[in-house]
Design a protein around this ligand. Sequence first.
Ligand SMILES: [Zn+2]
Length: 113
Amino acid sequence: MRTTHTCPRCQHDRVLLIDEVSERGDMNALRPLSIATAVVGKTFMGDEKLGLVGETLGGVGPDELRSSGGAASPVWMSAAVCRKCGYTELYVKDPASIPVDGVRVREAVAKKK
Ligand SMILES: [Zn+2]
């Protein structure tokens, strides 16, 4: 849909391309929606601390990113929305950058036909 600009459900030919999909976080602040979480460290109690996958890859957090005007994390989401029926497709900006840990993120491979 983001390349054909045609809705696969209703065939409408107007599509909105949303570069960054956001959600509400702490203090009701907008932050970019991220597809996956990962262990990024330990809490003061020694438990696993979860965070955005991009944080484990040396990326900066959304707040720092907004203040610096830097580039988006590769694991944040973009979207294509049909202007007529609202059908929406979400995309990870760089799916290859998501680490596979076998627990929170598992990779499935299709069987060859
Ligand atoms: Zn549509």
